[in-house]
Design a protein around this ligand. Structure first.
Ligand SMILES: [Zn+2]
Length: 73
């Protein structure tokens, strides 16, 4: 992490039926999109249950984030 750089980005959540439920708690998993000002978007799959730490970051494509998530089930 470069401490001189502050990152501002928008976060969106998207439901995607291709995502399997969370391997840790069984809750629904969502796609998390980080949109940076330069136009970069990073995709993660994450669990929406706040007590659960089930998430995998950060992939360049939605498909990869979904695939990696589903592979861990
Ligand atoms: Zn979970």
């Amino acid at each position: 992490m470069d401490e001189n750089n502050e990152y501002f980005f928008n976060i969106y959540y998207e439901n995607d039926e291709r995502l399997k439920s969370c391997p840790f708690c069984g809750s629904e998993a969502w796609l998390r999109l980080e949109e940076y000002p330069e136009g970069d978007i990073w995709y993660s799959a994450c669990c929406m249950e706040s007590n659960c730490c089930g998430w995998f970051c950060n992939y360049e494509t939605k498909e990869e984030a979904i695939k990696k998530w589903n592979e861990r089930i």
